[in-house]
Design a binder for this molecule. Structure first.
Ligand SMILES: N[C@@H](CCC(=O)N[C@@H](CS)C(=O)NCC(=O)O)C(=O)O
Length: 215
C-alpha cells in the first residue's frame, strides 16, 4: 500500500485527532506540516475548505478529521475506535461533535491568544478573551462533561473511542495555552483527561508536540 500522507501541522487539535487514531491503529504515515489560514492553491485542490487536516493515499484525498477517522475505521477495523452498539455509536459521534464545536471554541482560546497570536501574528495576547473563555464559557461545558463522566471510564460504549480522542485533543491545546482543568471543581474530568492523555498513543504525541514547541 502507498504510504499515507497526513497534511497539517501537529498542533491543530483536528490533526491530532487523526494522529492519535493512526497511532492507535498502528498505521505508518508521512506528515506534511501544512499551516492553516491562507493555504496554497495545491492544498486547496485537495482540501477545498482550506482547513487542516487532509489525509492522502495515492490519488485518494480526504479532508476533515470527522471523515478521516471513519475511513480509517473501515480500512483498519482493529482496534475499534467506534462502539458497535447503535446507541453508543451515536453517543460517541455526539461527543465528537460537542468537542469539535463547543470545546473548540473554549479550549483553544488560551493557546490561540498566547501562542499563535503572539508567535505567528506578531500581536499581543487578548487576555480578556482568554478570561472570558475560562470564566464564562468553560464552566458550563466542563460541568456537562463532569456529569457525563459520572460512573464512566470512557465517554461512550465502555471503550476508548472517537469521543475520547476528540474531547481530549482540545484540552491538549488548552494546556499548551498554560491552562488546566481545576481538579477541585471538576475531579472526574481532570482524572479522565490524565488517563486519556496518559495512553501510549496520546503520551507520545503530546511529548513530540511539546518538544516541537520548546525547540
Ligand atoms: N471540521 C474540520 C475542522 C478543521 C479545522 O477547523 N482546522 C483548523 C486548524 S485547527 C483550520 O484549518 N483552520 C483554517 C480555517 O478555518 O481557514 C475537521 O474536523 O478537520
Amino acid at each position: 500500500m502507498t504510504q499515507p500522507i497526513l497534511h497539517g501541522v501537529p498542533l491543530s487539535p483536528y490533526v491530532r485527532k487523526v494522529r492519535v487514531a493512526l497511532a492507535e491503529k498502528g498505521i505508518d504515515y508521512e506528515s506534511v506540516p501544512v499551516m492553516p489560514f491562507g493555504p496554497n492553491p495545491e492544498y486547496l485542490a485537495i482540501s477545498p475548505l482550506g482547513k487542516i487536516p487532509c489525509y492522502q493515499e495515492g490519488d485518494f484525498t480526504l479532508p476533515d478529521s470527522s471523515c478521516i477517522l471513519p475511513y480509517l475505521e473501515k480500512t483498519h477495523p482493529s482496534p475499534a475506535l467506534y462502539p458497535s452498539d447503535a446507541k453508543e455509536y451515536a453517543r460517541a459521534l455526539w461527543y465528537e461533535e460537542y468537542a469539535d464545536s463547543k470545546l473548540a471554541s473554549i479550549c483553544t482560546v488560551p493557546f490561540f491568544q498566547r501562542f499563535v497570536q503572539v508567535k505567528f501574528m506578531g500581536q499581543e495576547a487578548d487576555e480578556a478573551a482568554v478570561q472570558k473563555a475560562l470564566t464564562e464559557e468553560a464552566p458550563p461545558a466542563f460541568d456537562y462533561l463532569e456529569k457525563e463522566l459520572a460512573g464512566r471510564e470512557y465517554l461512550a460504549g465502555g471503550q476508548f473511542s472517537v469521543a475520547d480522542i476528540a474531547t481530549a485533543s482540545f484540552f491538549v491545546n488548552m494546556a499548551f495555552g498554560g491552562e488546566t482543568v481545576d481538579a477541585g471543581r471538576w475531579p472526574k474530568l481532570a482524572d479522565y483527561l490524565e488517563r486519556i492523555h496518559g495512553r501510549p498513543s496520546y503520551k507520545a504525541i503530546i511529548e513530540g508536540e511539546k518538544a516541537g514547541l520548546a525547540g
